[in-house]
Design a binder for this molecule. Structure first.
Ligand code: FAD
Length: 476
């Protein structure tokens, strides 16, 4: 019997698991996929929004501002990169200026520090490559960037180091009330818990419906992106938005914490909660719209494209509710959910406490998770020291990103253990460079097979039936 079962190991489930690990509780995190951070958390803009966008007084506004204030310390404790690069929202005409002034007023009312409107000269001093058509911009110095899956892997790793159990490939399909709480079942496994938190992202309405809660619906909204090579990483130093519309914050141009340049997303309502394919039209739209902000963006520097699904809730705000005793929904967590995630986790803990969860301190809780070794970022002295201790840190596997065998083994051994090729990619960046795994995938497969002690043919790209190798063509 667990005290709390959390359904969904995205950034919201992960941050909630870590927040609960501070208490002497038995907590499990149930994830339908073979790894953590595979939903909206792996495919988004990676921005820690300052908090001027959401309507004053909404949960989105309050938790965005609080979460973005918490984020630097959370990232320090979890040993993940946080870059306070600031953001700019461009205005191209007087209508845009009017909207930016409204956003400025809203941001100030939301408690966002340092917001101000820049005129064209100052804008161009900050971002020399920005379009000459931009006449002004809203500047938010507290805007920042993180790597959303690095953050989530680290939060869940820290929760597990502090006693939380992760169950992968556990697709919750049935939840029954019992005398003491809930019995939660997948096709092949069952857990019992006194309290349940529903963090199932785009599927959260289906999970809620299982216990008879039909108070909200979630629909997917597609967002396609282009990722440009590190050669373009310095074409923008701030996150550059365009004036927002009813469909969202529009297409941005932003550096990533790993030095690439990100363009996107589109914003297209959809019906299929699983379709994350990219489309030629969507990607062309991303490039054309991004060039309105930075006209010289080169299409031939694209190294990959991807699509994320926003979990758009029917209420217009984050859905943080308790439809039944001991059951909490953390649903409709669309943008700024990543930014708000540490604050959402605290809010969920408070709802659980209101529901009767006793929360004695965990005297052994340790908030620190040392960073993964990153060979490409180490000094020559650090590299020598790592190699002296373990020669595997001297063998480069991914040439594009400079990732060593030592780092890949570390990612497979550490909580939450990388179990497939994509899991190694998200933790180490091996396969994320120009060649997108063309050279290093065979070695990564070998290392996964060795560390998990499974045959080479059983290693998958992302769990399930996504095997890469079906057998040998010749023996010996
Ligand atoms: C295109 C796009 C751009 C965005 N940009 C930003 C941004 O720049 N800044 C920002 O703050 N926010 C942004 N967001 C929002 C942010 O990504 C989300 O708010 C956040 O990732 C939501 O996390 P989550 O844990 O709720 O959902 P998810 O990451 O989707 O996690 C839900 C998890 O639940 C699992 N699950 C589902 N059903 C079940 C089941 N039955 N049993 C077990 N497990 C289940 C899924 O597999 C998944 O792992 C963006 C989102 C998108 C899509």
């Amino acid at each position: 019997m667990y005290d709390v079962a959390i359904i969904g190991a995205g950034v919201i489930g992960g941050m909630t698991a870590r927040a609960l690990a501070r208490f002497a509780l038995k907590v499990c995190l149930l994830e339908k996929e073979n790894d953590v951070a595979t939903g909206a958390t792996k495919a988004n803009s990676a921005i820690v929004h300052a908090g001027f966008d959401a309507k004053e007084g909404s949960l989105k506004a309050v938790l965005n501002v609080k979460g973005s204030q918490m984020m630097p310390q959370v990232c320090r404790e979890l040993g993940v990169k946080y870059q306070n690069n600031g953001s700019l929202v461009l205005g191209f005409d007087e209508d845009d200026r009017h909207t930016l002034n409204d956003l400025l007023a809203r941001g100030r009312a939301n408690g966002v520090a340092g917001l101000r409107l820049l005129e064209a000269d100052e804008l161009r001093q900050k971002e020399p490559l920005v379009s000459e058509r931009a006449i002004c911009a809203l500047y938010a110095p507290t805007g920042a960037i993180v790597c959303p899956y690095e953050l989530t892997v680290a939060a869940i790793g820290n929760a597990m180091d502090n006693g939380v159990t992760l169950k992968r490939n556990f697709a919750v399909c049935d939840i029954r009330e019992t005398a003491d709480g809930y019995r939660i079942a997948s096709e092949t496994d069952v857990v019992e818990a006194r309290f349940v938190v529903n963090c199932a992202g785009v599927h959260a309405d289906r999970v809620a419906a299982v216990i008879g809660d039909s108070s909200f619906a979630i629909h997917p909204r597609r967002g396609e992106y282009l990722l440009l090579d590190k050669a373009c990483g310095k074409m923008a130093t701030h996150t550059i938005f365009q004036t927002p519309s009813a469909m969202g914050k529009g297409v941005l141009v932003s550096p990533t914490v790993d030095g690439n340049l990100l363009l996107g997303p589109t914003s297209v309502d959809a019906a299929d909660k699983t379709d994350r394919t990219t489309t030629p039209d969507g990607l062309a739209d991303v490039l054309n719209t991004a060039r309105k902000s930075v006209p010289t963006l080169p299409a031939d520097q694209t190294i990959t494209s991807f699509c994320g699904l926003r979990a758009v809730g029917s209420t217009g705000d984050f859905i943080l509710t308790t439809p039944k005793k001991g059951f909490v929904n953390a649903a409709g967590i669309e943008s700024p959910g990543l930014s708000a995630s540490p604050a959402i986790a605290e809010y969920v803990v408070a709802l659980l406490q209101e529901q009767g969860l006793a929360t004695p301190e965990n005297p052994d809780f340790h908030p620190i998770r040392p960073s993964m070794h990153a060979f490409r970022e180490a000094t020559i002295e650090e590299k020598n020291e790592w190699i002296r201790r373990d020669p595997a840190y001297g063998r480069i596997v991914c040439r594009c990103e400079g990732v060593t065998e030592g780092e890949i083994r570390e990612a497979i051994r550490r909580h939450p253990r990388a179990a497939d090729l994509d899991g190694v990619k998200r933790r180490t960046r091996a396969q994320m460079g120009r060649c997108q795994g063309g050279f290093c995938s065979p070695t990564v497969i070998e290392l996964l097979a060795e560390e998990w002690n499974i045959p080479y043919e059983q290693v998958t790209k992302c769990g399930g039936s996504s095997v890469l190798v079906v057998g040998e063509t010749k023996k010996g």
